[in-house]
Design a binder for this molecule. Structure first.
Ligand code: ADP
Ligand code: MG
Length: 211
């Protein structure tokens, strides 16, 4: 059995995991966490729904963010408000006491609340493409300094017609960043996008049962 510690995670993460009751890493976590922590390439990862993809990127991301930096360091794009909320909650629960602010940004919630939290300083924005674009256009969100871009549930984002929005957002992000794409399925369209818009990337696939 592989343990979370063997994947190179710090004591803060291990404590957060034990508080959550996660006993062992899932196959996609076993493959992705060390690849993110020790490598520097972009990542295209595929594993079925319900196999722990959020923690697969959330855990190493939290290790790599600077808790002293108050500007946005990572953007996670998700297809729906429910998923944005869920991912923000999961990442939050994995912080293990680190002073890293995670804010969900989605349509349907008052702009006021989001503007206030963005003003306070957020390290990780988890957003839906439409609302993220709204904030970019208003100037209330600046992605020019992000170090990580995560495209979560990429197949769903494509199915929902968000490709143009995602590409427009990507254009406004730092060029020196790592992009990680997570998806349950890998239609040719996704690989085409990865080839065209991502840097040298590593493909990671894992097959396992739903949790
Ligand atoms: P996916 O994004 O692949 O669909 P999620 O990241 O949403 O999957 O995870 C599905 C569920 O499994 C969530 O409730 C999550 O908290 C839980 N989970 C993730 N990793 C583990 C683990 N290693 N052990 C136990 N439960 C886990
Ligand atoms: Mg997911």
């Amino acid at each position: 059995m592989t343990t979370f510690s063997e994947l190179g995670l710090s004591e803060l993460s291990i404590q957060a995991l034990s508080r959550k009751g996660f006993e062992e890493p899932t196959p996609i976590q076993i493959k992705t966490i060390p690849a993110v922590l020790t490598g520097d390439s972009d990542i295209v990862a595929q594993a079925q729904t319900g196999t722990g993809k959020t923690a697969a990127f959330g855990l190493p991301l939290l290790e790599m963010l600077d808790p002293d930096v108050r500007t946005v360091q990572a953007l996670v794009l998700a297809p729906t408000r429910e998923l944005a909320i869920q991912v923000a909650e999961e990442v939050n629960s994995l912080r293990g006491g680190r002073t890293i602010n995670v804010a969900p940004i989605y349509g349907g919630q008052s702009m006021e609340i989001q503007l206030r939290s963005l003003k306070k300083g957020v390290s990780v924005v988890v957003g839906t493409p439409g609302r993220v674009l709204d904030h970019l256009r208003r100037g209330s969100l600046n992605l020019s300094g992000i170090r990580f871009l995560i495209l979560d549930e990429a197949d769903e984002m494509l199915n929902m017609g968000f490709l143009d929005d995602v590409l427009e957002i990507m254009e406004q992000t730092a060029t020196e960043k790592r992009t990680m794409l997570f998806s349950a399925t890998m239609p040719p369209e996704i690989l085409r996008i990865a080839k065209k818009y991502m840097g040298d990337y590593q493909i990671i696939k894992a097959v396992s049962e739903q949790l």
